[in-house]
Design a binder for this molecule. Structure first.
Ligand code: SF4
Ligand code: SF4
Length: 261
């Protein structure tokens, strides 16, 4: 079925998590509270193939595997706007916004034939899907593929870093694999949130001290914005942990290596 879609720039989708390429995460480290999110997808589940190609697979029970998406992510609660969303609903960094925002409504994290539901606006979104909007998806194919291809190429390139990082962290943190296996077996799914400091040492040419000085004020700001909100306890704790971690690294002559989960 053909799907029509046009963005009216209402800004309503600029809330919540934003998965990022590694380059986008580093470029916007002074804006977003960064984490790495691990999301298992059971064999036979949605977009299993591309998730396995871009991430890793783990055994969940005999002869069954789960693919695990490993995504650097702007860890913004679903009730809070992106810090770059202005009062009038427009993006303050339109020309430099992350590739994830450019590829909307499609997602290069998913198989191309598994995109149709993404063209259906969620409640409250003001996307134009009327007959006046252009057809953007038909025969399970994306018609204007430019941004999708750019994002997919970046994710493939990132996979060369994220796969060995993920295998290394699974070996280093014994509780991580069982946690992922447990989530993979749940009908409702779930995710594991890991500190971005675990990934930083695996990224070439990153000045960890400069990076810590960018993340520290962001974590502080988000910790302040979420304190006392009973619905955001997990988010708040992650910002507090991030603040503590980056404080240690950013301290002059600390000599501290980042890397706690
Ligand atoms: S960077 Fe811009 S387009 Fe992307 S979520 Fe933030 S405000 Fe929206
Ligand atoms: S909700 Fe739809 S119309 Fe509004 S900014 Fe997002 S994609 Fe555009």
């Amino acid at each position: 079925m053909d799907r029509r879609f046009s963005c009216t720039a209402c800004g309503k989708c600029c809330y919540g998590l934003v998965p990022l390429t590694i380059d986008d995460a580093l470029a916007h480290a002074d804006k977003y509270p960064l984490v790495v999110i691990w999301t298992p997808v059971r064999q036979g589940g949605r977009s299993f193939r591309i998730t396995a190609d871009l991430g890793i697979t783990i055994e969940i029970k005999k002869h069954k595997r789960a693919a695990v998406q490993i995504a650097p992510t702007a860890y913004i609660p679903p009730t809070l706007p992106c810090p770059e969303l202005s009062e009038d609903g427009l993006c303050r960094i339109h020309d430099a916004k992350p590739q994830r925002c450019r590829t909307m409504p499609f997602s290069a994290y998913r198989d191309e034939n598994d995109q149709e539901d993404l063209t259906l606006p969620r409640p409250g979104w003001e996307c134009d899907t009327s007959d006046a909007a252009p057809v953007v998806y038909g025969d399970k194919s994306i018609l204007d593929r430019n941004d999708f291809e750019i994002e997919r190429k970046q994710l493939v390139r990132d996979a060369a870093i994220l796969k060995p990082y993920a295998e290394w962290l699974l070996d280093s943190v014994p509780s991580l694999r069982p946690e992922l296996q447990k989530i993979a077996m749940k009908p409702s799914g779930g995710r594991v949130v890991v500190g971005f400091s675990t990934l930083i040492p695996r990224l070439p040419k990153v000045d960890i001290y400069a990076f810590a000085r960018k993340q520290l004020p962001v974590m502080k700001t988000f910790a302040e914005r979420t304190v006392g909100d009973p619905g955001l306890v997990d988010f708040h704790q992650r910002y507090v942990d991030g603040r503590t971690e980056w404080e240690k690294v950013a301290r002059p002559n600390s000599g501290t290596r980042a890397g706690s989960v």
